[in-house]
Write a protein that binds this ligand. Structure first.
Ligand SMILES: Nc1ncnc2c1ncn2[C@@H]1O[C@H](COP(=O)(O)OP(=O)(O)OP(=O)(O)O)[C@@H](O)[C@H]1O
Ligand SMILES: [Mg+2]
Length: 507
């Protein structure tokens, strides 16, 4: 009984179907006050759906929900917020034209803004961002001018500013780098001390182990276990999630290295990066990383044709190149997987098949008509190879879970048979099993002679799959590490500006 009364959240027997698809089947979620509760499961397991049911965004077909010991009958978003439950949803975006202050403090209800002291609000927003994340942004900055990571930080700060009794974070760290994750975790631990219940969804098992007191494991729409990461190992939790052993996290690759595919020489963009030179040969997987603001993002954007360098040059297969847009990059056999895949990656209102084959339609076309047989089998191949959880190839991407949408975006670019793949955080938001499938696919592409530039904030992953890792610090390429000669701690030290690393200082 005493344990009962300590529950902040008690969801019992929740079921939810979308037509023939059973997203939740008799699922339970119990979260104690003053605890951090992990929610894990493969892409499509039902994590976001159960959170949306709690948020009042979806009406469950069956089940009951208690908040702080009281059964809630009016499950509307407004009512749930009134009860002190606040959310950072996986797929909600901030209003792009709002200022940071507005995004953090204004409700969406009309009329609320009239009496607000905007200057005070802007000042308070700045203070909170500084206090929680050590992030200094000019007061009037618009959401649309922020990076994905900064937008996420604003979203998190908005939730933190609400005086929540329960805080629910659906993959909050997906867009963040290590330093910001550390700040977020410090804040969450403080909230826990204050008796707040935190529900934390993540595909990073290390984070689950670091911060969670208890973990609910979901599989196929239902909870299959509640464990403590202090007594249950991550391997065991992963096994519960995917119902089998994962095997080798980083599959081995033995590929003969060929000719230079990408050569970057003395590339600079004022205020972002300076004098960067490196090359990638056929068959190589080269990692690149840097903290937020290091300039590594902008460098990648130049290779994508999303931004223009001020000086320097790059060549592909020896031919000088200067992409004016992503389209021109694609026409030169460069495949890009942008980080913001909801904006640039997938068309939500098209089917899985259309999304995957759209970038490579000419391969399936004859005399201007798509030949459906080869297209379908190529699409089905990717659905299998990346375990995309979809009822069929013609389902709309909108109806897929967040991680499965990411996989569709990835399949779209990986189906192009390109010479050079530039991947910006390709494994964000995908589950452990699917990560391995992506690494395996990259190994295959490398073996087929592609060159791969792999940008990631997941340092363990870089160490695990890359032949070499480049580190950008404050706009300069400061280090180049060989595989087998680096671990994630040394990478982090290099990315944070430690110069005394034994890794060869990049030329
Ligand atoms: N509106 C919808 N229409 C049809 N199917 C849906 C809809 N929303 C979710 N689903 C399905 O419900 C299942 C659970 O999805 P959910 O988003 O809860 O997964 P998740 O555990 O959050 O996965 P991820 O880790 O990828 O975010 C998936 O199979 C998904 O395709
Ligand atoms: Mg989800």
């Amino acid at each position: 009984m005493t344990q009962q009364s300590n529950l902040a959240i008690n969801m019992h027997g929740i079921s939810k179907s979308f037509g023939p698809i059973k997203a939740l089947v008799d699922a339970n979620l119990q979260v104690e006050r003053g605890s951090i509760h992990g929610l894990v499961g493969q892409n499509g397991a039902g994590k976001s759906t159960i959170i949306k049911a709690l948020a009042g965004m979806l009406k469950p077909d069956a089940g009951s929900i208690e908040i702080n010991g009281k059964t809630v009958t009016r499950l509307t978003p407004a009512n749930i917020e009134r009860l002190g439950v606040h959310f950072i949803h996986q797929d909600r975006l901030l209003v792009p034209t709002a200022t940071i202050g507005e995004a953090i403090f204004l409700r969406n209800e009309p009329g609320f803004g009239i009496f607000v002291n905007h200057r005070k609000m802007a000042r308070r927003a700045r203070e909170l961002l500084k206090q929680y994340f050590d992030l200094d942004l000019p007061a009037g900055t618009l959401i649309q001018d922020l990076t994905t990571a900064q937008q996420k930080i604003v979203q998190i700060t908005r939730a933190l500013a609400q005086n929540a009794s329960v805080l629910v974070l659906d993959e909050p760290t997906a867009a963040l780098v290590k330093r910001e994750v550390v700040s977020l975790f410090n804040v969450l631990r403080r909230l826990k001390q204050d008796g707040i219940a935190v529900i934390f969804i993540s595909h990073y098992m290390q984070e689950i182990e670091d911060i969670c007191d208890t973990v609910t494991v979901m599989r196929n729409g239902t909870d299959v276990g509640v464990v403590s990461p202090k007594t249950t190992s991550i391997d065991e939790i992963v096994r519960m999630m995917i119902n089998r052993d994962v095997g080798e996290m980083f599959p081995k690759r033995t590929v003969a290295v060929g000719e230079t595919v990408l050569n970057v020489s003395n590339l600079s963009r004022e205020g972002h990066f300076d004098d960067i030179s490196f090359d990638i040969k056929a068959g190589e997987v080269v990692g690149i990383t840097g903290l937020l603001g290091s300039g590594v993002k902008e460098l990648i954007h130049c290779l994508f044709g999303l931004a223009k360098p001020d000086s320097g040059a790059f060549t592909i297969d020896g031919t000088a190149t200067n992409f004016s847009s992503p389209v021109s990059a694609v026409s030169r056999n460069v495949a890009l997987v942008p980080e913001d895949r909801r904006a640039h990656g997938v068309a939500l209102s098209l089917s899985v098949r259309e999304n995957i084959s759209i970038a490579s339609l000419d391969r399936y076309s004859r005399n201007g008509f798509v030949t459906p047989g080869p297209e379908k089998s190529a699409v089905d191949g990717f659905i299998r190879e990346l375990s995309i959880k979809t009822p069929h190839r013609d389902a709309l991407v909108r109806t897929l879970s967040g991680g499965n949408q990411q996989k569709v975006a990835l399949a779209k670019w990986l189906s192009c048979q390109s010479k050079l793949y530039v991947l910006d955080e390709p494994t964000v938001a995908v589950d452990v099993g699917a990560k391995i499938e992506i690494y395996t696919l990259l190994n295959r592409l490398a073996a087929e002679g592609a060159a791969i530039l792999f940008m990631s904030s997941d340092l363990l992953e870089l160490v695990g799959i890359c032949d070499r890792v480049l580190v950008v610090y404050r706009g300069e390429l400061t280090h180049e590490f060989q595989a087998g000669d680096v671990d994630s701690d040394r990478l982090l030290a290099a990315a944070s500006g430690a110069r005394s690393q034994t890794g060869r200082a990049a030329a």
